[in-house]
Design a protein around this ligand. Structure first.
Ligand SMILES: Cc1ncc(COP(=O)(O)O)c(C=O)c1O
Length: 502
């Protein structure tokens, strides 16, 4: 009997298990063929410098798993019916070229390998300041769920979400967003809602109208069904109803995706007149509207204008929002408000995908809302972000006063400012990476660019997310942005101010 070449791993498992693992591996590699005898326990004990009992225990393990059988007078042999290839064949199969080739029929969203949160100055538009989240308070609500587990909630079922949380969200939406007529469903963030809506309503060849400047993860969800995106032009007041009407006459459009409160990425609020016109068009052309109200919490000018979903007699608006901005993206709590039929279909689809959401976090958020902590945090963050918006506006005005041709509108709400930098921003993002600054620019939000219809030199806008940094960080970070784009000009203008002062 030839000896086996055994590789014992140095894990903390019992020795007989480590030996059984090594023998199993040797069998898989074809070191011993089916029906061939293994070396005797005495021989293996000598080879591995251990006692025979340990080897016998390893054999017993392999017998129990079905790899090996005991045969009178031959000792232990490899089970004859195992479909093991010879070692020569295995070597061929193990070469790189022979790796299995997947034939993908769908694709997801490529994860950006550059993580915005790793940068010293993170201007990503929707990034909240996690340093200000009340983790201590929240921990209390979380631990209550483990101290007094609700066994009924912890089982399957309730794919619409935890009933307590649905109640809280529905009260919140009634008070804050005047939504009263819709049913609510909790989901793993807005993205899951967008994906499920896509799966239920769209198929290959369908058309979805979207704002020309928009939110690429939503586009990716719609495209995952094979749907085609029709970009609708915008001006300084948001999406242009006339252009929407033109496209509706030209195409059979099934869905319209909108961000009416703070248009993503320009932050413009769509006025009542345009909303009404768009709703009438949706009725006339039989189009459902997905209203993404992603950061409605943060509105500074007045009470935010009520969403389109609040005045939807025909029930064609699918309202989607998220706690990712008030809490953090990885909380994965989002919600849909829509008519009963759609919510039922979504709940059934959710059951197909993954049954339900994480119950512990839903319980914690629900208690946090019930006890008032949620609204307290909301008020505090709204005040903080309003201050940060004002600081950012003043910093930008300072650069305007130096003669830079930049233009921007002070946004009524949201977590970002859309700035026309007065010159091409192509390449700016990449230059800033080296200076510890993460910034998003028009290139990533423009569907025409995405469709390669537009000259890149005409891109002048950046999106300055101001929420996640305090004053000194905002000043330093924005200075780096301007130094990088306008370095020479700034040196000259500061020099001339200096000269006139002398
Ligand atoms: C337009 C828009 N919709 C939705 C979301 C939130 O998505 P989720 O709830 O999946 O975190 C964001 C976050 O950046 C967003 O900007």
């Amino acid at each position: 009997m030839k000896s086996l070449s055994l590789k014992l791993d140095s894990s903390s498992k019992a020795k007989y298990i480590v030996i059984a693992d090594a023998i199993r591996q040797a069998i898989k590699q074809g070191q011993v063929a089916p029906a061939e005898a293994l070396p005797s326990a005495r021989k293996l004990a000598e080879q591995l410098n251990t006692n025979r009992h340990t080897i016998m225990a390893a054999f017993a393990e392999l017998v129990a798993e079905g790899w090996v059988e005991a045969k009178q007078r031959s000792g232990y042999i490899v089970v004859a019916s195992l479909p093991i290839q010879s070692s020569q064949n295995i070597n061929k199969v193990e070469t790189k070229q022979a790796q299995f080739k997947w034939q993908f029929v769908r694709k997801g969203i490529i994860q950006n390998p550059i993580k915005a949160t790793k940068f010293r100055y993170n201007f990503a538009g929707g990034q909240p300041d996690l340093r200000l989240f009340p983790f201590d308070e929240f921990r209390g609500y979380f631990s209550q769920s483990c101290q007094r587990p609700q066994f009924d909630d912890l089982s399957y079922g309730d794919s619409k979400g935890l009933p307590d949380l649905i109640n809280q969200v529905s009260t919140y939406l009634r008070r804050m967003r005047s939504i009263t007529e819709k049913e609510i469903m909790i989901c793993n963030g807005s993205q899951e809602a967008l994906y499920m809506v896509t799966q239920l309503l769209l198929q290959s060849g369908d058309k979805v109208a979207v704002e020309q400047l928009g939110y690429p993860p939503a586009w990716a969800a719609f495209r995952s069904s094979g749907a085609e995106l029709i970009p609708i032009n915008q001006d300084e007041k948001g999406i242009i109803p006339k252009h929407l009407e033109y496209e509706l006459k030209l195409n059979t459009i099934k869905l319209l995706y909108l961000t009416p409160l703070h248009q993503y990425p320009t932050t413009v609020t769509l006025d009542v007149e345009r909303r009404m016109k768009i709703y009438q068009l949706a009725v006339k052309y039989h189009v459902a509207i997905v209203e993404d109200d992603y950061d409605h919490e943060f509105h500074y000018k007045c009470q935010p204008i009520a969403p389109m979903a609040a005045d939807d007699p025909l029930g064609l608006v699918i309202y989607i929002s998220t706690f990712s901005k008030l809490m953090f993206g990885s909380a994965r709590i989002g919600y849909v408000a829509a008519n009963q039929n759609l919510i039922q279909a979504l709940a059934e689809y959710k059951t197909l995908m993954n049954h339900k959401n994480n119950v512990l976090i839903q319980q914690a958020v629900s208690r946090w809302m019930k006890e008032g902590g949620f609204e307290c945090h909301l008020r505090r963050m709204t005040r903080t972000y309003q201050k940060r918006r004002d600081i950012t506006v003043n910093i930008l005005k300072h650069y305007q006063s130096l003669g830079l041709p930049i233009k921007f509108k002070n946004p009524d709400g949201g977590m970002a400012i859309w700035v026309d930098m007065g010159k091409s921003i192509v390449g700016l993002k990449e230059k800033l990476f080296k200076k510890q600054v993460y910034l998003q620019t028009q290139l990533e939000f423009d569907l025409n660019h995405n469709n390669r219809k537009q000259e890149v030199s005409s891109f002048n806008f950046i999106r300055i997310g101001f929420a996640s940094m305090e004053e000194s960080e905002l000043k330093q970070g924005i200075k780096i942005i301007f130094d990088t784009l306008y370095g020479d000009y700034l040196v000259e203008s500061i020099q001339s101010v200096f000269n006139t002062e002398q």
